[in-house]
Design a protein around this ligand. Structure first.
Ligand SMILES: [Zn+2]
Ligand SMILES: [Zn+2]
Length: 271
């Protein structure tokens, strides 16, 4: 091999190592100037994005010996061992249209605080961080290999403008898709303004979202996205009555999806 080959290789290696050192130095300087803080409580942390206390509170909201029902997400006791492939006592009389629901936690304490914080655009990083944790949970399920794509419940564009960025659910879905390595698609959009579900009584929520969503069309040809035979993972922040997830699922199924599974950060539990 010629001397110039080795010279070029040496210069290239020095350049790469120089860039690596520069990136490391910038990161260290940033840590000194802006010490990392927990995305939820703001306490100083050494690494990661949440402090140990918040991490434990977020991941430990399911009491021992309790698991979520795969059909409605409500807590069900592990004892005596129930038939997990059957609906629980809390399942609605008319089954949800989604095939299963995977809630990361119960909508209380730190989980509730975190979900409420992600409603503000300033907490986009927290929404992404929660999405990573939800993605890791999905990664451990027995259906992860069947998922073709990840999508999220839609938000009206005015609400996104008021918020000043993507919705929390969208950021969560992007993180989930990255963790389980499947495409993230913006499949749904709104047909009209939708009042905030959290401000309405349970019985008014279904009416509030009825007919409010449709499949998104491509900008160029105005053709609806082709979802035929797709196994879709739908992501939302919280499951309360299920009205939004049900309406979203119905639209996806009418568009030809083979199945829709729901993944949420939190399951609201009536006391
Ligand atoms: Zn914290
Ligand atoms: Zn159930």
């Amino acid at each position: 091999m010629s001397i110039s080959f080795w010279t070029d290789a040496l210069i290239s290696d020095l350049g790469r190592r120089g860039a690596d050192h520069l990136a490391e130095l910038s990161s260290t300087l940033l840590d000194i100037l802006l010490p990392p803080t927990c995305l939820l409580c703001g306490d100083g942390i050494e690494r990661g994005d949440l402090c140990i206390d918040c991490e434990v509170s977020l991941c430990g909201s399911w009491p021992a010996l309790v698991v979520p029902c795969q059909f409605c997400g409500m807590p069900r006791s592990k004892l005596p061992v129930p038939p997990f492939d059957q609906p629980c006592g809390g399942c609605p009389a008319k089954p949800y249209p989604f095939k299963s629901v995977t809630p990361m936690g119960i909508y209380q304490g730190a989980v509730r605080e975190a979900v409420i914080a992600t409603k503000r655009a300033a907490h986009g990083a927290l929404a992404s961080s929660l999405g990573v944790r939800l993605g890791k949970l999905i990664q451990r399920t027995d259906f992860v290999d069947q998922i073709d794509c990840v999508t999220f419940v839609p938000t009206h564009r005015w609400r996104r403008m008021i918020r000043g960025g993507p919705s929390g659910a969208q950021r969560m879905a992007i993180s989930v898709g990255k963790v389980i390595k499947v495409p993230i698609i913006e499949s749904l959009t709104t047909t009209r303004w939708v009042a905030k579900q959290s401000l309405l009584a349970d019985e008014k929520r279904e009416l509030n979202v009825r007919g409010a969503f449709r499949i998104k069309r491509s900008y160029a040809w105005q053709r609806s996205l082709n979802l035929r035979d797709q196994h879709i993972l739908l992501v939302d922040d919280v499951l309360t009555t299920g009205a939004t997830a049900k309406e979203s699922t119905s639209v996806l199924m009418q568009a030809g999806a083979a199945s829709v599974r729901l993944a949420v950060i939190a399951r609201a539990v009536k006391r």
